[in-house]
Design a protein around this ligand. Structure first.
Ligand code: FA5
Length: 345
């Protein structure tokens, strides 16, 4: 028996020595895991020795060998924990190194003079849109982001408590009277400002930032961008609207794209439509809303509906840029990660 125990003890010492050496030299946490399994796993070397405990008939010797196995388990576990924390530090440092954005790099790099900042994807898209519409004979206008209830809703044919107001989850400014000042929920209020200020005929686009109580997700941001279009002239018809949308689609996206209008509802246009564009692969993307300017809106803008008619459209620039550049998630465009933003030139 005694010789059994001493041969088992020798085997145990060998297992412990081997395991400790394997732990110490494990190059990665995965290698460490494998070394630990080899020593302490279900079918590991120590389990095999443990199984031999039953063969020791002398109770004292069995207890003694059992204790040796327990201390061996503790020693191996402690060595593994120590090595794991060392390796985790090394691996974390390496990861930080890989993901580090060195903002001084731009100044220190020899090619510093060639590396330039770029405009944000949304700014680039807005400028490209402006170029296309200028080419179609439009002028550019802007309006305020903090807007009165009158321009954002009332003049757009939505008197107080009109149910269509709930189409826009509105952010209110603390003002007296309550609810009279909002962060504009769309660029449509600029239509009214332009009608009031510019003598017709009007061919204008109005890009800008808008705000809604929307939870950020892949296709929604609480702060995003729209571009509004407004045409006021004599004898403007729905065919002019459809033709303008199609001309824009081809000029902006390319001649292999086309557009369609689907019936919809907006209080400030009648009739109203959603407009979609078709990609060359045959799939459709919804871009925004449009329609013939409602007579009440012309009146709110100070124009005589008997004399003037027109159309308006509005669509989301961020979503359009997302589609055009194959961005999966709108939130990526606002994460301020230059590695992401630098892809778009
Ligand atoms: C409007 O805002 C109307 N003012 C559009 C309009 C103008 C209709 C002129 C008729 C005449 P709507 O709520 O559907 O419509 O928004 C227009 C576009 O804005 C949407 O198609 C979408 O592209 C974009 N959009 C809406 N909500 C968000 C959001 N939370 N994040 C990003 N884009 C959005």
């Amino acid at each position: 028996m005694a010789s059994d125990t001493s041969s088992s003890s020798a085997a145990l010492s060998a297992v412990v020595a081997g395991a400790l050496a394997a732990m110490k030299s494990a190059p990665t946490t995965d290698a460490l895991k494998a070394a630990l399994a080899q020593a302490l796993g279900k079918k590991g070397e120590l389990s095999i020795l443990k199984a031999s405990l039953g063969k020791i008939t002398d109770a004292d010797e069995r207890r003694e060998f059992g204790q040796l196995i327990n201390s061996a388990t503790e020693a191996i576990t402690a060595a593994s924990n120590e090595r794991r924390s060392e390796l985790e530090n090394v691996e974390r440092d390496a990861q930080i190194g890989r993901e580090r954005l060195d903002i001084t790099e731009l100044l220190l790099a020899p090619s510093a003079t060639q590396r330039q900042g770029r405009m944000h994807l949304v700014t680039q898209s807005t400028e490209r849109l402006e170029d296309v519409f200028i080419g179609l004979g439009f002028q550019i206008a802007e309006g305020p982001e903090v807007e009165s209830d009158f321009y954002n809703f009332e003049a757009l044919n939505m008197p107080p408590s009109h149910p269509a107001r709930s189409m826009w989850d509105t952010l209110f400014i603390d003002a007296d009277p309550q609810g009279s000042v909002v962060l504009r929920t769309h660029t449509s209020p600029v239509q009214i400002r332009i009608m009031q200020e510019w003598p017709p005929p009007i061919y204008a686009i109005m890009p800008g930032r808008v705000f809604r109580r929307d939870t950020p997700d892949a296709t929604h941001m609480p702060v995003f961008h729209q571009i509004e279009g407004l045409v006021i002239d004599k004898n403007i018809t729905f065919a002019d609207l459809a033709g303008t949308i199609e001309a824009f689609t081809q000029a902006f996206f390319g001649s292999d794209f086309t557009s369609r209008l689907r019936p919809s509802y907006f209080p400030f246009t009648e009739p109203s439509a959603e407009f979609d564009i078709r990609r060359p692969d045959g799939t459709w993307i919804e871009l925004g809303g449009c329609g013939m300017v409602h007579p009440s809106v012309l009146q709110a803008g100070g124009l005589d509906p008997q004399e003037w008619s027109g159309f308006a459209f509005g669509f989301g620039i961020d979503r359009m840029a997302k589609e055009r550049h194959g961005v999966g998630d709108l939130r990526d465009m606002y994460s301020n990660d230059v590695r992401f933003l630098g892809q778009f030139t």
